[in-house]
Design a protein around this ligand. Structure first.
Ligand code: NAP
Length: 247
C-alpha cells in the first residue's frame, strides 16, 4: 500500500477522521491537500505534522458545500501537484433532531455539507482523473446511512445518498480506470460525536460484536487500502469499519 508519487485531496482534514486520513496517506508517501472550513490553526497543525515526518502537504480553505469553492479546491490541488490521484470526500456535519422538531435549515445544512459536497468535489475531480486514466474516489458515509438512526433523518438521508451516488459514479467511471468506493465508519470519538448522550454510546458499544468504539486511524487504514494500487479491482463497494455493528 505504497502511495509514493500520488497526489491526494482530503476534505475536512483539519480534525477527527479526516485528519487521521491525511496523516495516513502522507505516511504512505502521498502529497496531500488538507482541506478545512474554518479551523485554520488545526489544518496548519496537520500540515506541520506531515512535514515533520518528511512528507508534503498544503492546507487549503474551502466550504466544499459550495460549488465554486469545491471547484477551486480541486484546481488548487492540480496546480500544486500537477495531478490528482486520490479524492477523499470526508467533510461532514450533524444537526441531530427528531423529525417533528427538525428545522428546515437543519435539513438543508446537513444535505449541503454532507451530500452536495460530494457532488461538487467529484464533478471537479472527474475530468482530470479521466484524462489521467486513473483515480481513486473514496466517500465517507456512515452506518447511519445503512441502518438509520432516530434523530438523524437528515444525516442518514445524506449518508444513504452518498452510497447511491458512489455506486452510480463507479458505473460511469469504471471504464476509465477510476474506482469509487465508500467507507462507512461506526462510532468514532471525534468532535462530531462528543455531544452524543452517554447512554447512546453505551448502547452502541453493547451492540458492537468487537465490544468497543473505533479509532480515527482504523478508518484511515481502510481509506489507504482503497486508495492503493492493490485495491484496483474494487469499485462501488461500501466497506463498513464498525466493529461488526451493522453486519
Ligand atoms: P469532525 O471531527 O467534526 O470534523 C469535521 C471536519 O469537516 C473538520 O475538518 C471540518 O473543518 C470539516 N468541515 C465541516 N464542514 C465543512 C465544509 N462545509 N467544508 C469543508 N470542510 C468542512 O467530524 P468527524 O467525526 O471526523 O467526521 C468525518 C466524517 O466521518 C464525516 O463525513 C462524518 O459524517 C463521518 N462519520 C463520522 C463518524 C464518527 O463516529 N465520528 C461515524 C460515521 C461517519 P473545520 O475544522 O475547519 O471546521
Amino acid at each position: 500500500m505504497n502511495l509514493e508519487g500520488k497526489a491526494a485531496v482530503v476534505t475536512g482534514a483539519s480534525r477527527g477522521i479526516g485528519r487521521a486520513i491525511a496523516l495516513e496517506l502522507a505516511r504512505r508517501g502521498a502529497r496531500v491537500v488538507v482541506n478545512y472550513h474554518s479551523n485554520e490553526a488545526a489544518a496548519a497543525a496537520v500540515v506541520a505534522a506531515i512535514e515533520a515526518a518528511g512528507g508534503e502537504a498544503v492546507a487549503v480553505q474551502a466550504d466544499v458545500g459550495d460549488f465554486s469553492q469545491a471547484a477551486a479546491l480541486i484546481k488548487t490541488a492540480l496546480k500544486r501537484f500537477g495531478r490528482l490521484d486520490i479524492l477523499v470526500n470526508n467533510a461532514g456535519t450533524t444537526r441531530d433532531q427528531l423529525l417533528m422538531l427538525m428545522k428546515e435549515t437543519d435539513w438543508d445544512t446537513v444535505l449541503r455539507v454532507n451530500l452536495k459536497s460530494v457532488f461538487n468535489c467529484c464533478k471537479a475531480a472527474a475530468r482530470p482523473m479521466v484524462r489521467q486514466r486513473q483515480g481513486r474516489i473514496i466517500n465517507i458515509t456512515s452506518v447511519s446511512g445503512i441502518a438509520g438512526q432516530a434523530g438523524q433523518t437528515n444525516y442518514a438521508a445524506s449518508k444513504a445518498g452518498i452510497i447511491g451516488f458512489t455506486k452510480s459514479l463507479a458505473k460511469e467511471l469504471g471504464s476509465r480506470n477510476i474506482t469509487v468506493n465508500c467507507i462507512a465508519p461506526g462510532f468514532i470519538p471525534t468532535d462530531l460525536t462528543a455531544d452524543l448522550p452517554a447512554e447512546l454510546k453505551e448502547q452502541i458499544i453493547a451492540a458492537t460484536p468487537l465490544g468497543r468504539i473505533g479509532k480515527p486511524e482504523e478508518v484511515a487504514y481502510a481509506v489507504a487500502f482503497l486508495a492503493s494500487d492493490e485495491a484496483a479491482f474494487i469499485t462501488g463497494e461500501v466497506l463498513t469499519v464498525d466493529g461488526g455493528l451493522v453486519m
